[in-house]
Unconditional design. Structure first.
Length: 181
């Protein structure tokens, strides 16, 4: 019988050749890991910031299958490596959204160039595909819309983000609201 917690030996085919997680543990801080009861923006108790995961061989499935945008998107150069950028990019296909998880210690890192102009372009493209670009700093969210940023404040796990499109005399107006489920 195969150990379900055994380390994945073959990386997924969609990873960019030549890129690695070496020297980066940002996902161990920025991502929420339910099975470890680890919230966003808090270091995982199993992370040694200098060496990486101390339970790597038996790490839970969410950790084994996660690869950030830097590892998967060829257009994101070395500047986008989370250890350098101080945030990580993740695509949530289930919600059709690009999510930027930002280190609260460097909350404005995503607002620097070349990041901000790229993120704004992603927002314009996302709207055409009924998607969304979100920036998370802990439990605080900012929606990046084609024409502006909308601070959504603290968003709880029991709330959902609802995109809306309204036709105005100036053209379409996009918005996001936070609603209780």
């Amino acid at each position: 019988m195969t150990d379900p917690h055994a380390a994945t030996t073959t990386p997924p085919a969609d990873l960019v050749p030549g890129r690695s997680c070496d020297g980066c543990t940002m996902c161990c801080k920025l991502m929420e890991i339910d099975v470890l009861e680890k919230p966003r923006a808090v270091w995982c108790p199993h992370c040694d910031q200098k060496r990486g995961c101390t339970i790597y061989e038996v790490r839970p499935e969410p950790c084994r299958i996660f690869f950030c945008g830097y590892r998967k998107v060829p257009n994101l150069d070395e500047r986008w490596k989370p250890s350098k950028a101080k945030f990580l990019v993740n695509y949530e296909s289930r919600n059709n959204r690009i999510v930027i998880h930002v280190d609260p210690a460097r909350a404005s890192a995503w607002r620097q160039e070349p990041y901000l102009s790229t993120i704004r372009q992603w927002a314009k493209n996302a709207v055409r595909e009924n998607g969304l670009v979100l920036v998370w700093t802990g439990d605080h969210a900012i929606a990046i819309l084609p024409d502006r940023e909308k601070d959504l404040g603290r968003v709880r796990d029991d709330q959902i983000l609802v995109p809306t499109l309204t036709q105005t005399p100036q053209g379409p107006a996009y918005d996001i609201t936070v609603r209780d489920t």
